[in-house]
Each structure stands twice: as structure tokens, then as C-alpha cells.
Ligand binder design. Sequence first.
Ligand code: FES
Length: 55
Amino acid sequence: MYVCLCRGITDTQIRQAVQAGKDLRQLRKELGLASQCGKCLPMAKAIIKAELDKV
Ligand code: FES
């Protein structure tokens, strides 16, 4: 599922990045997550949190 429509970033990409030890700041920098309209930020944060809580 697409989380960030502006940059075409999926929840799978976000989950994989979190598993690789990346945080929101790195995702913003490397993928451009939430770097345009910013509407995806709450959803992206929720996915990152859910992924971190899994561990
Ligand atoms: Fe992510 Fe617009 S949907 S910046």
C-alpha cells in the first residue's frame, strides 16, 4: 500500500527500512518521505512505531 503518494513510498519500504535500523529522519533524507505535502507523516510514524513495537 502506498503511504506517501508524492514520492511513491510503500508501507513495505518503510518497514524494511525500519528493520534495517533506519529512523524517520533517515527515511526523509534518503527516500524523500513526507518531504512534499507532508500528509503521509502521521501514517508513516504509525507504521514506524508498529514496526519498532514488534521487536
Ligand atoms: Fe508524502 Fe505527500 S504524501 S509528502
